[in-house]
Write a protein that binds this ligand. Structure first.
Ligand code: CAA
Length: 258
């Protein structure tokens, strides 16, 4: 029987998903994407899981779209199967926070997959890039849209038009990743942060994630309106009374909704 392309493990309220195609540097084959989305959806509906960590097995996080598979795809094949759009759309529908723990290469679709995560932690070996230009194509899983939002136009254009890569320290300075660590610490730190996030009220965490993500979709006025609506909705939750009450009674809150 062949190895699963995705491994899952639960530690406390954190679901850990490992891309497990190390011989192909965890390249995004159709089969891997299907397994990844299935694992994410399963954690998304599991009430015992509050946050997700995504990592790669071996020396890469992910080296991008599977070059052998993409080589065989023509326009009709890509269009009819929503090639890689299915990955973007699938991850967009996950309400629980996803922390990307990135060691090694995050190239092409791998850099784009990293940017689909909500928080990025990177090991010092991490290398980010959009090398599609060297293959005669352009980033196709969000790179042209998300990179500019993460690091600004000039740096994003530079990476996309030259195919040049950036290392972890530059990625941190540019705002692409939240924190960098020695490689052996990256996953551990990501899990610790995920545990912290998973200890808060689950619906409030989902609201906060949705509101922040909407900032990329909406103008300021509409975004502030959207935020107010979610903020006021949170007043209706038992967790709102509990959180405010616990503060005033100088005790730890006990969330009704985990
Ligand atoms: N797809 C399929 N297989 C890949 C792959 C990919 N994206 N990247 C690496 N591999 C395979 C290699 O073919 C090789 O397989 P074999 O052992 O069978 O020959 C194996 O992984 C190990 O790779 P290397 O021997 O090349 O390892 P290296 O350490 O010498 O180099 C690397 C590492 C610099 C990351 C190099 O593998 C590389 O440049 N990979 C391609 C990166 C890339 O161009 N990604 C973009 C893909 S297109 C895309 O992602 C489109 C999009 O927008 C979604």
């Amino acid at each position: 029987m062949s190895e699963p392309m995705i491994l899952t493990e639960e530690i406390g309220r954190v679901g850990i998903i490992t891309l497990n195609r190390p011989k192909a540097l965890n390249a995004l084959s159709g089969a891997l994407i299907d397994e990844l989305l299935a694992a994410l959806r399963s954690y998304n509906k599991n009430p015992d899981i509050g946050a997700i960590v995504l990592r790669g097995n071996g020396k890469a996080f992910c080296a991008g779209a599977d070059i052998k598979e993409q080589k065989e795809l023509d326009f009709v094949g890509a269009y009819n199967t929503d090639y890689l759009k299915n990955l973007n759309d699938g991850i967009f529908a996950i309400h629980k926070p996803i922390i990307g723990a990135i060691n090694g290469y995050a190239l092409g679709g791998g850099c784009e997959l990293a940017m689909m995560c909500d928080i990025l932690y990177a090991g010092k070996s991490a290398v980010f890039g959009q090398p599609e230009i060297k293959l005669g194509t352009i980033p196709g899983a969000g790179g042209t849209q998300r990179l500019i939002r993460a690091i600004g136009k000039s740096k994003a254009m530079h990476m996309i038009l030259t195919g040049d890569t950036i290392k972890a320290d530059e990625a941190e300075a540019a705002g692409l990743v939240a924190k960098i660590f020695d490689d052996q610490e990256t996953v551990k730190e990501a899990i610790e942060t995920a545990q912290k996030i998973a200890s808060f009220s689950a619906p409030v965490i989902a609201m906060a994630k949705e509101a922040v993500n909407e900032a990329e979709e909406l103008g300021l006025k509409s975004g502030l309106h959207f935020e107010s609506r979610l903020y006021h909705s949170s007043f209706g939750l038992a967790d709102h009374s509990e959180g405010f009450g616990a503060f005033l009674q100088k005790r730890q809150p006990e969330w009704a909704h985990k």
